[in-house]
Design a protein. Structure first.
Length: 383
């Protein structure tokens, strides 16, 4: 297939898409981090810290895939400006450590490290003050050490961002927020948090409401530090796959709306990373600021029904499934990507991507097919 004629910069293409304005083609932005590390055979497992090698590997993959429209994140580092992290911390099971194979996908061991009595501490102190005690206890390092580590990581992130920007490639994460309910769920464990919702609903709600203002404050600080007006909110455990809509309405959506509204007032774009099945929850997104967000789906939510619900209100991003990328053939990737462009991309508001991060065993030729399809398949507009 012949390549489409490109008349826009990558940043223009991305921003026009979010606003449902006509573009020269659909943007393609694959999520890939661990896959790049594995495919490029980087040393020291998948979570090593050699910034120059990391960046060069991403740049090489960018060229090998024939270029794409943005970096989801600048590299392996994250834009955190201080020890005040909007999210809980658990034990990371990293490749190359404690007998874990080098090609292992990074995982977190879920274990209880926020206890019931901590709810009242959060309510009394707020999240940031609570964390002054919590993070050193969980990590075994001081706040000063944590703060220095985050600032060092931010410096790497900013340098990586400069490199991408010089290449004309935007970076679309300026701050990372783990949603308040997911933070408590990860810290309490999913079973304990679920029991808390039923046994102590008023306490959980009060804690969530206290946490969100600090999350907003931290994210705004991180955006100012990174210089990127994009906030990525990691969502998962509030979806209809976990809880009924009555629970979602009371505990979770009000907190999401506060964050997205605040970020929109600041002029930020919010990327809602929505793993698991959110189809029951999507109508609520119509209450969020129009054309100020990206709803990023992982292949579990029916993206075609999502288009019917959200129409021209919220940009969709996704959702070539991991199974196709790992076990399928380029023709399958192309066919599914073309369907996404034809249906979801009609009249704008669609970014072609992987369904969540691409799996570590994805085939290179499938990833190439994903990127190539966006450059050969034209979306249609009914003007």
């Amino acid at each position: 297939m012949p390549l489409l004629k490109e008349t826009m910069t990558k940043e223009q293409r991305l921003l026009f898409t979010i606003k449902f304005q006509p573009t020269d083609r659909v943007p393609v932005i694959p999520l890939m981090g661990q896959w790049v590390a594995r495919y490029m055979k980087l040393p020291k497992g998948l979570r090593f810290r050699v910034p120059q090698e990391v960046l060069q590997s991403f740049k090489d993959m960018y060229t090998m895939l024939g270029e794409y429209d943005a970096q989801y994140v600048a590299g392996f580092s994250w834009p955190r400006s201080s020890a005040r992290i909007s999210g809980s911390m658990g034990e990371m099971i990293s490749a190359g450590k404690k007998g874990i194979p080098d090609n292992f996908s990074v995982q977190y061991a879920e274990k209880e490290n926020i206890y019931f009595e901590d709810y009242q501490k959060i309510i009394n102190l707020g999240w940031n003050k609570f964390c002054e005690e919590y993070f050193p206890k969980v990590t075994g390092t001081s706040l000063g050490q944590l703060d220095a580590a985050q600032k060092s990581e931010l410096a790497v992130y900013k340098e990586d961002t400069k490199t991408w920007n010089k290449m004309g490639v935007p970076v679309m994460t300026g701050a990372l927020v783990i949603s308040a309910e997911m933070t408590l769920s990860l810290g309490r464990t999913l079973p304990q948090f679920t029991m808390d919702l039923h046994r102590h609903p008023d306490v959980v709600q009060a804690a969530l409401e206290v946490m969100v203002p600090d999350f907003i404050h931290n994210a705004i600080d991180d955006v100012k530090a990174s210089g990127l007006p994009w906030v990525n909110i990691s969502l998962e455990r509030g979806s209809g796959a976990y809880y009924n809509l009555k629970t979602y309405e009371r505990f979770f959506f009000p907190q999401l709306k506060k964050m997205v509204d605040a970020f929109a007032r600041e002029g930020f774009i919010t990327v809602m990373h929505m793993d698991t099945n959110w189809i029951k929850n999507l109508p609520y997104l119509l209450e969020l600021p129009r054309q100020k967000c990206i709803c990023e789906l992982d292949g579990t939510t029916d993206i075609f029904k999502a288009k019917e619900i959200l129409k021209d209100h919220t940009c969709l991003m996704g959702d070539v499934p991991a199974a196709i990328l790992s076990f399928g053939h380029p023709e399958e990737v192309t066919a599914y990507s073309e369907k996404l462009i034809d249906v979801i991309g009609k009249n704008g508001g669609f970014i072609l991507s992987t369904g969540c991060e691409c799996p570590v065993d994805a085939k290179f030729e499938n990833m190439k097919a994903l990127c190539d399809t966006a450059k050969t398949r034209s979306a249609t507009y009914s003007l």
